[in-house]
Design a protein around this ligand. Structure first.
Ligand SMILES: Cc1cc2nc3c(=O)[nH]c(=O)nc-3n(C[C@H](O)[C@H](O)[C@H](O)COP(=O)(O)OP(=O)(O)OC[C@H]3O[C@@H](n4cnc5c(N)ncnc54)[C@H](O)[C@@H]3O)c2cc1C
Length: 464
């Protein structure tokens, strides 16, 4: 494998098939700050852009992975099918990432934490008091403005030299002696990225599957949620007994369906403006078709709710104050990895030899009854091994985010945003080092990964 020069300018300028190709691909970087309207078409492999690292999916894990890879010197591209970075944190509206602290100690810092605290500070918010161990885990989640977060993430990418390719996705890919040729498509653009390492941050390990590596998917999966806020409720007029009776009637005659109010408590739903309180069963981000269905189901649910609420005393003036553009998906596919994180590993706080970050959350499975989080025992600090980010028997590809190799219960906890961000940073470091050393992620010495993570302010397992 050829060694990387780790020179961003060479990627953005001359080592590629010409700057015209970069511009016409719709990639945006600081140097190339305009998106040309010129469509670019060509046979597979004809219009080639070279990069050290390709990150597919710019969600909770992906943007951190890209910033980290670029800050470590790797020329990096993010291909994202949506309009902005942040994924579930921003586009799906789950703008309360957690958990960065456990049992009175900070366990996750680094790039995700840097952006999260910037977002809070810029909007004049305050962070929770992390010195206290809260009764309810969500009291340590950090509430922020998701769209501001997307902006800050984008700025940090551009600042680090990452090129952004929105509204684009992987069409197909094939491995080469020293990496991958990845055909990218989007509206009016079609080109090939020749890269050395791929970081799959699609949430469902979509690229891993395209590359022919195994994934698992449970028959029963957690429901999704469309995030929205219903305003105009006159709380003083709400009568719990009346509301619950009306709710039961509406379920019985089909005006509402199970899941419209996730835990069946319509009174508390109204007090909370409906935020994060509906379940869209079957919501699945695996294909454009399934995500479309999930979005339609989410919007229909909201319309049913609005009609119902407007007939309740106190709900006459109900209105939609906020509705996200897509239904958030909790669970799709996970990789079969070199190591599988099990629920026992998680709840016992197993310290893996190749641990790259901490993760902290209750076991948290949503189902038809709502959700009953199962907290960890005091003093438990779960870790995530590098092996859970590496598809079994793969070369030159690594994942980060909710698709890590894990059993279903471990995944219900490890999938949360702070953990995804920490995995993203670890994957970014590992991919950049793999490029530099001309090896595959599994062969990067764990000490080198930890050293570079430490240099970039991440918290290393065993060092809290
Ligand atoms: C309703 C809901 C509530 C939640 N509550 C919490 C909570 O309270 N606290 C918490 O911390 N976590 C919570 N989570 C979990 C957490 O938000 C997610 O598990 C986490 O954000 C997943 O991050 P990710 O990077 O793996 O995936 P995502 O953030 O989903 O990012 C995947 C990205 O990849 C893109 N993509 C997908 N396929 C392709 C493709 N083929 N090509 C290009 N781009 C692609 C997507 O557009 C997206 O931007 C919740 C999740 C949901 C859905």
């Amino acid at each position: 494998m050829k060694s990387s020069k780790f020179d961003r300018r060479s990627f953005l300028g001359k080592t590629v098939a010409g700057t015209a190709v970069i511009a016409a691909s719709g990639l945006v970087s600081r140097v190339d700050a305009e998106v040309t309207p010129e469509p670019m078409k060509g046979e597979s492999g004809e219009n080639i852009i070279r990069a050290d690292v390709l990150v597919v999916g710019g969600g909770s894990a992906g943007h951190v992975a890209a910033i980290q890879a670029a800050r470590a010197g790797a020329s990096t591209i993010v291909v994202e099918r949506n309009s902005q970075l942040g994924g579930t944190t921003t586009t799906a509206g789950v703008s309360f990432p957690g958990l960065y602290h456990a049992w009175g100690k900070q366990i996750i810092a680094g790039i995700g934490w840097e952006l999260v605290t910037q977002a809070v500070e810029l909007n004049g918010g305050t962070l929770p008091d992390f010195t206290q161990v809260p009764d309810k885990h969500w009291e340590h989640q950090v509430f922020l403005n998701g769209q501001l977060y997307a902006l800050l993430a984008e700025d940090a990418c551009l600042e680090a030299g990452v090129s952004l390719a929105y509204y684009q996705f992987v069409h197909k890919l094939r491995s080469t002696d020293d990496g991958w040729l990845v055909d990218i498509m989007g509206q009016g653009v079609e080109y090939t990225i020749a890269c050395k390492q791929i970081i799959d941050c699609t949430g469902g390990a979509e690229v891993v599957a395209m590359a022919g590596f195994e994934r698992v998917r449970s028959d029963i999966r957690q429901p999704g949620t469309l995030m929205f806020k219903i305003g105009g409720i006159e709380r003083k007029k709400l009568d719990k007994a009346v509301i619950q009776k009306e709710y039961q009637k509406a379920i019985a005659d089909g005006r509402l369906i199970k899941g419209d109010c996730a835990n069946g408590n319509m009174h508390s739903f109204l007090l909370g403006s409906g935020a994060n309180n509906n379940h869209i069963f079957g919501a699945d981000s695996a294909t454009a078709g399934t995500q479309t269905q999930a979005n339609l189901a989410g919007r229909k649910s909201l319309m049913r709710l609005l009609k119902f609420i407007r007939k309740l005393p106190g709900g006459e003036n109900a209105k939609i104050e906020k509705m996200m553009t897509e239904t958030g998906v909790r669970e799709t596919s996970r990789i079969v990895g070199e190591t599988t994180l099990t629920v026992n590993d998680y709840t016992s706080g197993r310290m893996f030899d190749d641990a790259v970050c901490y993760s902290f959350y209750p076991i948290d499975v949503h189902d038809e009854h709502g959700v009953k989080p199962e907290p960890l025992d005091p003093g438990t600090f779960p870790t995530i091994p590098l092996g859970a980010l590496i598809p079994k028997k793969s070369r030159n590809i690594i994942v980060a985010g909710r698709c890590l190799a894990s059993d279903r219960l471990a995944n219900s906890a490890a999938r949360i945003q702070a953990s995804c961000m920490a995995m993203g940073q670890a994957a970014g470091v590992t991919a950049a080092l793999a490029v530099k050393k001309g090896c595959t992620p599994l062969d990067v010495p764990i000490a080198d990964i930890r050293n570079l993570l430490r240099e970039h302010s991440a918290i290393i397992p065993g060092e809290i």
